[in-house]
Design a protein around this ligand. Structure first.
Ligand SMILES: *Cc1c(COP(=O)(O)O)cnc(C)c1O
Length: 219
């Protein structure tokens, strides 16, 4: 099946999962994760109607998205991979949503660039729900304090939280934890769930699911 056909299939599964969970069918935004795929593989998926995409590297995204954006001005691009502070300017210029705010230095760099460029991407804080040493994200116990510092010290509007559960664990408890943390902070956006577990994430309140290989094929 082509990526465009897979897209339709995944889109329907998202709507069905939302309805099954007693949520509105359109309560969940499907973020198509196009990392490692070239513009020519992405274009048919855009032409099939998909408008929201995720990339995990600033430099890779810069190589393929400016031309696609010119052809399709209503695209929405999410940064879902780690951000270095020296790339904050490029990230603010290119992305509509940055999902991986996870330390003070990045918050400060983003605030500076938003001020300088007059362009304000929507921002999510990444939470390391499994407290994995090699993984990005703030610790669950430090999330509230970090979000408050982003808001009060750096003047950033934080819209929600994002997580990537440990690869080898049942994701459900991680999604539930993310929802609980967001609820306590009054944040409305929850980016959680990937190809293998997006329906579970939707059941547990995801507003955004990030699906790559189930649409584009294996990387
Ligand atoms: C690659 C990636 C995804 C998509 O993963 P699939 O398993 O291919 O759906 C989602 N979120 C992040 C942060 C990623 O890096």
């Amino acid at each position: 099946m082509s990526a465009a056909d897979q897209l339709g299939h995944i889109f329907n599964r998202c709507r069905r999962a939302a309805k099954t969970a007693g949520r509105k069918a359109d309560a969940v935004t499907l973020v198509a994760v196009s990392k490692t795929f070239e513009a020519q593989a992405i274009r048919p998926v855009i032409e099939a109607g998909q408008r929201v995409f995720g990339e995990n590297r600033v430099q890779e995204a810069q190589g393929k998205w400016p031309a696609l954006r010119e052809a399709f001005p209503d695209l929405e691009l999410h940064l879902i991979g780690p951000l270095q502070s020296n790339k904050a300017g490029e990230a603010v210029a290119l992305f509509d949503v940055i999902e991986t705010v996870d330390r003070e230095k990045i918050a400060a760099a983003l605030a500076r660039e938003i001020d300088k460029q007059g362009r304000t991407p929507r921002l999510l804080v990444q939470v390391n729900t499994g407290s994995e040493p090699q993984k990005a994200g703030v610790e669950p116990t430090e999330t509230a304090a970090f979000v408050r510092r982003c808001q009060e010290v750096h003047g950033l509007a934080i819209e929600g939280l994002m997580c990537i559960p440990p690869f080898d664990e049942n994701p459900g408890p991680h999604f539930a934890l993310l929802r609980k943390l967001a609820g306590e902070l009054g944040l409305a956006t929850l980016s959680m769930g990937m190809s293998a577990d997006f329906e579970t994430a939707i059941e547990l309140g995801a507003t955004h699911v990030r699906v790559g290989s189930a649409i584009f094929g294996s990387r």
